[in-house]
Every structure is written in structure tokens, then in C-alpha cells.
Design a protein around this ligand. Structure first.
Ligand code: GLU
Length: 436
């Protein structure tokens, strides 16, 4: 999370509120259109279809906090539990100006499908607060986190709903959630959130897990296309936790990372970037803007660069019907949630671009969140090698299961992943029956 206020910021892209309401880019519709397609192919019973469409619980809260200048400001927060048939709800919390109920509903459902794709004993949830953390001090973010946590405290708990980091939240924020929840419970409950600092019940390997998972499935996808990992070129959009880790691990594995970007813009070097050096620059300057050892490119240009693999690892709706035709990558590994619209899917399919869908590609994060939850509950902690080995095993197995589904039904990897997920969640509903 950006916390340093003293440095001068480069001009940033303003969140474009109107864009969010364009029909193609409504995240809930984007999720539902894939769900409908997969459900129809599975011949899902109409009753179950209705159950799985509807989120179980939607909470909207006002979050008043005093700003540092003494003024009271009231923020709006959400927590949506989409489905808990397979286990406690699991899903991150984001702090962002673009948060909306529709977005949180879509992201909660995506968590249900994601956990089912990698076969974790969790349901799906998501939370968010409409705010601009880059304009807030650490103390204000702490107050916001604690007040939001207490507003949704009834839903939280290791057996009911377990948050984690997402856009603009991090280990620090998870520590405050854990502390606030524990103060209410009158004892320490580490298992109420994942993505915590390792020293307070977090898991080794959690911070890198999403990016590491991206590398594992990219390796499988390259092998499937008989392409070599060594030297394969990759462009990464987004240089937050997921994008920067994916870029670093892919470079370490021998791939050639030709471009990376953040909200200040992108940088490109045909011969490959020195990712360690880029990370050092961002550590010192907060943004990639101004990095001199590469050409500047815009975020839009980065997406259509010539490369073998494109990793969109920032926000939703970056690959749309407007630019899908111009994509040159052979493989897209979706590090972000919902980066591709349903209309863009059709264009990419027709072009033969192989998309590793978000609910598979970025599931490494929640997989290690699951490991963290298991370790907290058992009170016994694993070494990093064990975490990474088990993560790799789950990601490789899930990739193969999604591939099998997509081949069997002659559908894209995305629809294959939805079919696998819906099938698993529906099976649980059939076994449990309907309590009425
Ligand atoms: N926010 C991450 C995601 O979208 C992680 C969720 C979790 O670990 O619970 O997958």
C-alpha cells in the first residue's frame, strides 16, 4: 500500500467512474455471463441455478472515522458472502475508489468458483471500502480498518468468513483486523484473517503465492503449446503484489520480462528488463514512472505488445472488445480478477489466444491462505519449501483438471474452469439438500 506522502507523485490515471457502468464492463454481468454459459452446458437444475446465482448475504455499512484534521468522514463499506456450502466464506478486502456493491458481488462469486477450482474447503466472499488510501495517513487507514471490521464483525470468524488482502490492502491491514476481532472476542484469534505478517500467525510463502501460482500455470500452458519457458517473452500489467512477484519469479525462472507497468505508466525493453533493478526503483520512487533504463509505454500499449505471455495483474476490464483484436500474446495468464470482459473472450477465442482464466491463474493466493488457516488452527507451522511444494502440486493438478474439462466439452479454459467449479459446488448442494 502506498503510504509515503512526502514524495512527489507522477500524474496518475484518474478512476473513470463512468466506465464502470458500461454494460460490457459491469463485473457482475461479466461473471454471470460465464456462469450462465457453464451452467447451461452442465444442464444445471433450474432450482440450483437460482440458488447459485444469488449471494447468500450482502452487508452495506457506514464507516465513520475522524480524519487527522479532526473532521469526521463517513465511508461506505461492503461485505458479500456469495456461497458457503463448501466451507467458511473466504475472500479479500479492497480499499479503492472504484469499489461498488456490484463489483463486490462479482468478486465474492469469483471467490466461490476459485476455491472450488482448486478444491479448497471454502466458499466465497469479498469486501471493500470506497476510499482512496493514497490520500490517507497510516493512522487514518488503521481507524478505517478497525471501524469497518467492527461493523461487519458478526459475519467474521475462522469458521464463518475469513478475509485476506486484496487491492490496496496488505499484511499491516490484516494485523489490524486480527487485533480488532480478537479484542472483541477477548482472546487472540489468528485464524480470522489470512495474509497476516508471518510473526503473528501468517504463513511463509503467502506474500509470493499469487505470483508463484501464475508462474506454475504459465509453465504448464507453455508446455502444452510446446513452447520453451527459457527465453519466452512476457509483459506484465500491474506492479503491485501480484504483478511484481510474477515478474520477479518469471525472470528468475528464465523468462524474458520485456515490459511491466503500474498506474503511473509502463516501461519496455525488447531485450528484457532487470526486474530486481525495477523493484529497487519502485522502492525508492514509489512508481515506475521515471525509470530510465527502458522505453516508456502506456498501459494500453503494454497490453498489445508483441510477446509470448501477457499477465494482466491489476484491475478488472483491461482487455475489452475495444483492444482484444490487437492483443499479440499467445498466452494470457490472468493475475487480476476479471481483467477480460466476456465480449473480449469471444474475440480472443476466435484469434486462438490461450487464456488461463483468473479463477485458476490467480488461485495461488487463496491456496496459501488456506495453508495459513490450516496452520493457525493446528498451531503448527510449515517451512517455506513445504508451502511452495504443496502450492505447486495444487496449481498443477488444477490446471490439468481444467484442461481436461475444457477438452472434454470442447470449450475454452475459462468455461472449463467455471464448469469444474459449478459442478463441485452443485454436488455439495445436492448432497446437503435444502433446509427449509
Ligand atoms: N484477494 C485474493 C484473491 O482475490 C486472495 C483471497 C484470499 O486469500 O482469501 O484471490
Amino acid at each position: 500500500m502506498a503510504t509515503s506522502k512526502s514524495r512527489k507523485s507522477p500524474p496518475l490515471m484518474k478512476p473513470d467512474r463512468d466506465r464502470r457502468f458500461a454494460a460490457e464492463e459491469n463485473p457482475f454481468e461479466a461473471m454471470m455471463s460465464r456462469f450462465d454459459d457453464a451452467a447451461a452446458r452442465l444442464k444445471l437444475e433450474p432450482g440450483l441455478y437460482r440458488v447459485l446465482r444469488a449471494p447468500e448475504k450482502q452487508i452495506i455499512v457506514s464507516v465513520p472515522i475522524p480524519r487527522d484534521n479532526g473532521e469526521i468522514e463517513v465511508f461506505t463499506g461492503f461485505r458479500v458472502l456469495h456461497n458457503t456450502s463448501r466451507g467458511p466464506a473466504k475472500g479479500g478486502i479492497r480499499f479503492d475508489l472504484n469499489v461498488s456493491l456490484d463489483e463486490v458481488k462479482a468478486l465474492a462469486a469469483w471467490m466461490t468458483w476459485k476455491c472450488a477450482v482448486v478444491n479448497l474447503p471454502f466458499g466465497g466472499s469479498k469486501g471493500g471500502v470506497i476510499c482512496d488510501p493514497s490520500s490517507m495517513s497510516d493512522r487514518e487507514i488503521e481507524r478505517l480498518t478497525r471501524r469497518y471490521t467492527s461493523a461487519i464483525i458478526e459475519t467474521l470468524g475462522p469458521d464463518s468468513d475469513v478475509p485476506a488482502p486484496d487491492v490496496n490492502t496488505n499484511e499491516r491491514v490484516m494485523a489490524w483486523i486480527m487485533d480488532t476481532y480478537s479484542m472483541h472476542k477477548r482472546h487472540t484469534v489468528t485464524g480470522v484473517v489470512t495474509g497476516k505478517p508471518v510473526a503473528m500467525g501468517g504463513s511463509l510463502g503467502r506474500r509470493d503465492a499469487t505470483g508463484r501460482g501464475c508462474l506454475v500455470v504459465t509453465r504448464s500452458a507453455l508446455a502444452r503449446h510446446k513452447m520453451k519457458l527459457q527465453g519466452a517473452s512476457v509483459a506484465v500489467q500491474g506492479f503491485g503484489n501480484v504483478g511484481s512477484t510474477a515478474a520477479r519469479l518469471m525472470a528468475e525462472a528464465g523468462m524474458k520480462v520485456v515490459a511491466v507497468s503500474d498506474k503511473s505508466g509502463g516501461i519496455y525493453n525488447r531485450k528484457g528488463l532487470d526486474i530486481a533493478d525495477c523493484l529497487k526503483w519502485v522502492n525508492e520512487h514509489r512508481f515506475l514512472h521515471g525509470y530510465r533504463k527502458a522505453e516508456a509505454v502506456s498501459n494500453d500499449e503494454l497490453l498489445t505488445l508483441q510477446c509470448d505471455v501477457l499477465v494482466p495483474a491489476a484491475l478488472e476490464n483491461v482487455i475489452t472488445s475495444k483492444n482484444a483484436n490487437a492483443i499479440q500474446a499467445k498466452i494470457i495468464c490472468e493475475g487480476a480478477n476479471g481483467p477480460t470482459t466476456a465480449q473480449a473472450d469471444v474475440i480472443l477465442d476466435a484469434k486462438g489466444v490461450y487464456v488461463i482464466p483468473d479463477i485458476l491463474a490467480n488461485a495461488g493466493g487463496v491456496t496459501v491462505s488456506y495453508f495459513e488457516w490450516v496452520q493457525d488452527r493446528g498451531g503448527y507451522f510449515w517451512d517455506e519449501e513445504t508451502v511452495n511444494d504443496r502450492l505447486q502440486k495444487i496449481m498443477m493438478r488444477s490446471f490439468d483438471e481444467v484442461s481436461e474439462m475444457s477438452e472434454k466439452h470442447k470449450v475454452s479454459m475459462r468455461i472449463g474452469a467455471y464448469m469444474l467449479a459449478i459442478d463441485r459446488v452443485a454436488a455439495m448442494h445436492r448432497m446437503r439438500g435444502l433446509y427449509a
